[in-house]
Ligand binder design. Sequence first.
Ligand SMILES: Nc1ncnc2c1ncn2[C@@H]1O[C@H](COP(=O)(O)OP(=O)(O)OP(=O)(O)O)[C@@H](O)[C@H]1O
Ligand SMILES: [Mg+2]
Length: 307
Amino acid sequence: MKSEIWAIGGGKGGTGKSFLTSSMGMKLALGGKRVTLIDGDLGGANLHTFLKIKKPKYSLTDFFERKIPLSDIIKGTEIPNLRFVTGDIRSLDTIGIRYTQKLKLYRHIKNISADYVLIDLGAGSGHNTIDTFLVADKMIAVLLPEVTAIENLYLFIKKVLFRKLNMLLGEHGLKDAAKKAWKERNTKDIKNIRELIRHIKDISSEISAIVDKTLADFKLYVIMNQVKNDQHIETGFSTKSVINKYFGIDCRYMGYIRYNEFFWKYIKQSEAFRPITSTGSTSQEVGVIVQNLLGDKQVKISEIANG
Ligand SMILES: Nc1ncnc2c1ncn2[C@@H]1O[C@H](COP(=O)(O)OP(=O)(O)OP(=O)(O)O)[C@@H](O)[C@H]1O
Ligand SMILES: [Mg+2]
């Protein structure tokens, strides 16, 4: 059976993407699912630290440069059912990956024998990061309750949507329509992505229908990490509504994780599993998020009052 791919990104650095990829992977594996984690953050590959393992011999660079098959790069971890592919020292966006190599990687990822494949993306919103995000069945963004993180997410979504629209228009033989509209943005007084979308839709009724369907079908799952109070948790709701309204997509708030002051100690002392295998609050919060993602359930405001 085909695996379900989850990509964990969001634009800003240090929000907790690698932590969430590893901990959600652990939760799924402990629940009996077959899981493969991919460190797609080639430039800052550190997922192995969260998994308490040494960096394996082969990495994605060997896949790109030495044609080592992905199946030979996948390694087991201490947790049964949980396997892992490491990144490397170079970034997906700086390493000169050809388009065909990228498509080959995506093909191999789709063929991994697992129930779930989770891809940890690096910070930023370069071309390869965006394309890898778009390969996923579930696109997940990790946020912090900070203005800069939320602004970075808007920028990230803009790029993701623009790329997605471009790809779709290309599939309909209208490859240059979005690019043309983008180039014309100054002469046509296009100030933001909404106006750009309107401008693209004006090209023809066919394009308009494609764009409407793309936006309506576009689901983005948001997780708020390192929250310190209820107000931080509530930021998730406001962010979600702004994204839904502004971009016209279906953004869902899947859960939050409280700031855990002992976190760095676990990592430092190679007890990276502890927050997840314990009965502590971080473990429970990750568990709720995984259940919400599996059942497509969102956080409800009423839950916060009780939390
Ligand atoms: N809920 C939390 N409470 C406390 N510390 C946290 C929490 N989540 C993550 N951290 C810490 O924040 C730091 C960044 O986390 P992580 O490496 O997962 O972020 P990232 O988004 O993958 O970063 P990068 O963009 O650099 O890849 C780590 O030191 C991690 O231990
Ligand atoms: Mg990371």
